[in-house]
Design a binder for this molecule. Structure first.
Ligand code: SIN
Length: 297
């Protein structure tokens, strides 16, 4: 028995004045009902939504018919927009990134566990994804709680990790040599670009004190973390692999099934996500806006 049973730091709060909250799992994620994002969220409702976002790490809304301008306006209620330099933007708004897969494309974007922008020294706070086109089946997104991942480690490993920092990079994911074969590069096509801008390396604590909740969270991820600071890649791999397997345990996760006009907003410092690539031959199109964050301690 080497795993601690975790209970949430606080019981999940579901009773609010202006919204209805339906948790997706004990560890992470909640659907919020009673909100019309297109109208602009009033202050009291926004403060309750912020509370759920802080506690659950990722929030979901259904049946939101948002124009691109309304998507931007909602994002601006959370902070300054961070323009992603690698994703192809929509034709009309350079600050909205497309997460697209056409029926003839094999690879999807974001199809392995990661948290966005950890390769930046000041990583983005979160992303707001709007479902524009969804497949008839498949194409769900998985989320994992990095609070649960940290809190369920042994005291000994927690203490070891508390003193470590890690190096994160965009080079191997978005850089010139990101693809193993020309076929893979052709399949990704113009969905991702600007490989010359994949020069960012960042150094973050392995365990962060979350800027909104004050709780400790594990802050390494399979896509962008390269090694522990002061360790070689080879030395880092066994412990990183252990942490990745542990963090992705089913009880730390939830799974969101998209419908057209669903919206998800996740906290990059408290969660990982993974877009499941199980809808070959069908199209899926999401619009993503990313909101700036703060340096992590
Ligand atoms: C992403 O990784 O930002 C995309 C997630 C998704 O398409 O579900």
């Amino acid at each position: 028995m080497n795993e601690k049973q975790i209970t949430p730091a606080n019981p999940i709060q579901t009773s609010y004045e202006t919204i209805e909250v339906r948790p997706l799992s004990q560890a992470v994620g909640a659907e919020i009902h009673g909100v019309d994002l297109a109208k602009g969220v009033p202050a009291k409702q926004l403060s309750e939504i912020r509370q759920v976002f802080r506690d659950q790490g990722v929030i979901f809304f259904r049946d939101q018919k948002l124009t691109e301008e309304q998507h931007i306006a909602f994002a601006e209620q959370w902070g300054k927009i961070n323009v992603n330099r690698f994703f192809k933007p929509t034709d009309t708004h350079p600050i909205i990134a497309e997460v697209r897969k056409e029926p003839y494309q094999k690879t999807n974007i974001g199809g392995s566990w990661h948290t966005d922008h950890s390769y930046d020294q000041i990583p983005a706070m979160g992303s707001i994804l709007v479902a524009r086109e969804v497949p008839d089946y498949g194409g769900d997104t998985l989320f994992a709680s990095m609070y649960a991942a940290y809190e369920s480690l042994s005291d000994g490993l927690q203490q070891t990790l508390d003193g470590l920092r890690a190096i994160h990079s965009s080079r191997h994911s978005f850089g010139t040599y990101a693809y193993a074969t020309q076929e893979e590069a052709d399949d990704v096509g113009t969905r991702l670009g600007n490989p010359q801008q994949a020069t960012q390396d960042a150094n973050h604590p392995v365990v962060i004190r979350h800027p909104l909740s004050g709780r400790k969270a594990l802050y390494v991820n399979p896509d962008f973390t390269v090694r522990f600071d002061g360790w070689t890649v080879e030395e880092s791999k066994p412990l990183l692999d252990h942490l990745y397997e542990h963090a992705a345990r089913p009880e730390h996760t939830c799974r969101f099934q998209w419908r057209k006009n669903s919206v998800a907003m996740w906290d990059n410092r408290a969660t990982w996500h993974c877009a499941v690539n199980d809808y070959q031959g069908q199209a899926r199109l999401m619009h993503r806006i990313t909101v700036e964050g703060v340096a992590l301690e």
